[in-house]
Design a protein around this ligand. Structure first.
Ligand code: CP
Length: 324
């Protein structure tokens, strides 16, 4: 069980960042507001602040990543930290070294923070339990459990485009909710902000059992699911996590659930379209939509830098000596 205690210290300050579900609204808002203050840094000529000078941050990615790994690296560099990227495929993990041994050996190099992505749910939590007390762990995606910084950058993007009053918003999450760590984190974050209505839209085979207990409305039809929504968050089909044939074919999925300009007309006139990436074009959505005027997909990526700067600086603030 991932507890709130593991994420925050005795004073309620962020220590690790593993999951959204145990945050409260105040902490979530603090991350968003801190990210807002960092968004300006990324637009300056000199894109650096000295907050984490002298700190060592290690990117420990056991699973492929483009956006998350690079934006964490950029965010750490913009905070003036030293960043080490461990290439797992060329590390001793491929010779059978255990996760814990890999961790202990890197930790011996006086690391202050690990950014962890792993195919197993609970991996970041496991690492957080075993690191030295001064070391922070940030979850960059664990199995199908959680991807908290992705959800934070998604919420940050919605707030920038739609304003801070989530109570008046209808949000639809479309696609493979069953295997998605992103969807779980998004639903928790949207609930914390008292979002007016959160819908999930997917074929029955891609909807987890008792998902309604998370306070969402479930739709199996795309057109009615996105009717009058303000935000459409499309998910990737997570083929690597599917066991057996959950879908008849990608073509049929596209016909029923692929977002096209025509289907998009069911949403509000100024609805925004989001996707965490990587996109399967022509399956989850048309290129016309992905590259169209309603798409904020590349803005999501850019916002990832400011949000990850916020999470890293807040997690370091509690350290003796803290941020500069
Ligand atoms: N959204 C996301 O996690 O993308 P990557 O897998 O490229 O990091």
């Amino acid at each position: 069980m991932i507890t709130r205690d593991l994420q925050v210290d005795s004073e309620g300050k962020l220590h690790h960042f593993l999951t959204i579900d145990s945050l409260n609204r105040q902490m979530l808002t603090e991350i968003l507001d801190t990210a807002e203050s960092f968004a300006g840094v990324t637009e300056q000529t000199v894109k650096k602040v000295p907050l984490l000078r002298g700190k060592t941050i290690v990117n420990l990615f056991f699973e492929a990543s483009t956006r998350t790994r690079t934006t964490f690296e950029l965010a750490a560099k913009r905070l003036s930290a030293d960043v080490l990227n461990i290439n797992i495929t060329q590390s001793s993990a491929v010779k059978g070294e255990t996760l814990l041994d890999t961790l202990r050996n890197i930790e011996a190099m006086h690391v202050d923070m690990f950014i962890v992505r792993h195919a197993d749910s609970g991996a970041a939590h496991f690492i957080a339990r075993h690191v030295a007390p001064h070391t922070s762990v940030i979850n960059a995606g664990d199995g199908r459990h959680s991807h908290p910084t992705q959800a934070m950058l998604d919420i940050f993007t919605i707030r920038r485009f739609k304003g801070p009053d989530f109570g008046r918003l209808r949000v639809a999450i479309v696609g493979d909710v069953m295997h998605s760590r992103v969807a779980r984190s998004q639903i928790h974050a949207l609930n914390l902000l008292n979002t007016g209505e959160v819908r999930i839209v997917a074929p029955r085979t891609l909807i987890p059992a008792s998902v309604e207990s998370m306070g969402v409305r479930v739709f199996n039809d795309l057109r009615s699911g996105i009717q009058d929504v303000d935000v459409i968050m499309v998910l990737r089909l997570q083929h690597e996590r599917m066991k057996g044939a959950l879908l008849p074919s990608e073509h049929e999925y596209y016909e029923l659930y692929g977002l096209t300009e025509k289907k998009l007309a069911h949403a509000t006139g100024d609805a925004i379209v989001m996707h965490p990436g990587p996109i399967n074009r022509g399956v989850e959505m048309d290129s016309e939509v992905a590259d169209g005027p309603r798409s904020v997909i590349l803005q999501q990526v850019a916002h990832g830098i400011a949000v990850r700067m916020a999470v890293m600086s807040l997690a370091m603030q509690r350290h003796p000596g803290g941020t500069e």
